[in-house]
Design a protein around this ligand. Structure first.
Ligand code: MEV
Length: 325
């Protein structure tokens, strides 16, 4: 390629609604895409260099040769983008160098999946720039491989939300990715102020399940039943039931040992102020809680969350999946 080419792609962040952790082990979950987006600009270079600017994660002017991708020490904030490019190049070839700039509308602290959203953006940009125009499923497979190469485990639900958008019923590894036709989700979201490390928490749960395999497998089965009932209730806009099932799912997450004092304080704040229900969202250990409350109680619930130190995050769910800007 002689001519410089440039493209900007964006993808939504995500919130796990029901089924975290169990979804890593062959059970379903429900995830929604949020309207706070990751934006990635990819410019082709005539030199075979890889240059990355990701100021939100403090990566500035990070450079290496395309032939060195994946080699040596990689800064944490550059890992997903670098390995995504490496995987694309390996599978489809890459005839040009790249300058990549990432910009996020949301803090990487929230647990909205900034790594998976940037992985998806980069792969989509490369797919268009190279003329391969990969299908959504092919994009998913490459992005999920990237997640597994880096994390060792994970369900891929965050990658699916970034690609397809909307609200999805998802099964481990993308075996099912079914869009749920839900017009609105009256979800309250609040940040705990603590950044969680997903891999640490997944490892913690894995240790527990090796110690008590029978109990934890039953627990995953119960989570699956909760997910299925919640999916049905959401499709029918039965928010009281959805809230109650959040409380049930939270109980299982407590049992898995991934909730924290701060998350519990926020969850009880919701319940005490008249909310229908609340749960942590994602790996646990911090990040966000989600809640459902009757309209007339929303203001009181928000106030109650703030009183225990939570930060309300205003967003809408069901956002559009990856797109070229
Ligand atoms: C993390 O946000 C959710 C987990 O279920 C991990 C995964 O599904 O990849 C803990």
């Amino acid at each position: 390629m002689n001519k410089k080419n440039s493209i900007t792609v964006s993808a939504p962040g995500k919130l796990m609604l029901f089924g975290e952790h169990a979804v890593v082990y062959g059970h379903p979950c429900v995830v929604t895409a949020v309207d706070q987006r990751m934006q990635v600009t990819v410019e082709t270079l005539e030199t075979f260099e890889f240059i990355l600017d990701a100021p939100d994660v403090k990566v500035l002017n990070y450079k290496k040769q395309l032939s060195d991708l994946g080699k040596g020490e990689i800064p944490k904030g550059a890992k997903f983008v670098e390995i995504a490019v490496k995987n694309f190049a390996k599978k489809h070839g890459l005839k040009f160098g790249l300058k990549i700039i990432t910009k996020s509308e949301f803090s990487s602290q929230f647990g909205f999946g900034s790594s998976s959203a940037s992985t998806v953006c980069v792969l989509k940009a490369l797919s268009v720039l190279s003329g391969k125009n990969l299908s959504e499923k092919k994009l998913f497979d490459l992005a999920y491989k990237t997640v597994l190469d880096i994390q060792g485990k994970g369900s891929g639900f965050d990658v699916a939300a970034a690609i397809y958008g909307g609200t999805l019923y998802f099964l481990t590894g993308g075996k099912i990715m079914k869009p749920l036709k839900i017009k609105k989700l009256p979800l309250l979201v609040a940040y705990s102020g603590v950044k969680a490390d997903t891999v640490t928490l997944m490892n913690q749960v894995s240790i527990l399940s090796k110690k008590y395999p029978k109990i934890i497998n039953h627990l995953y089965q119960n989570i699956e039943e909760t997910v299925d009932l919640a999916k049905k209730a959401m499709l029918q806009y039965r928010w009281l039931t959805v809230g109650e099932l959040m409380n049930v799912n939270q109980g299982y997450l407590e049992a898995l040992g991934v909730s924290t004092q701060k998350l519990s304080d926020m969850i009880y704040a919701v319940r005490d102020a008249g909310g229908y229900g609340a749960k942590l969202s994602g790996a646990g250990g911090g990040d966000c809680i989600i809640a459902i409350a009757p309209k007339e109680k929303i203001a009181a619930v928000k106030k109650s969350i703030v009183k225990v130190g939570g930060e309300i995050i205003e967003l809408t769910t069901n956002a559009e999946g990856v797109r070229v800007e």
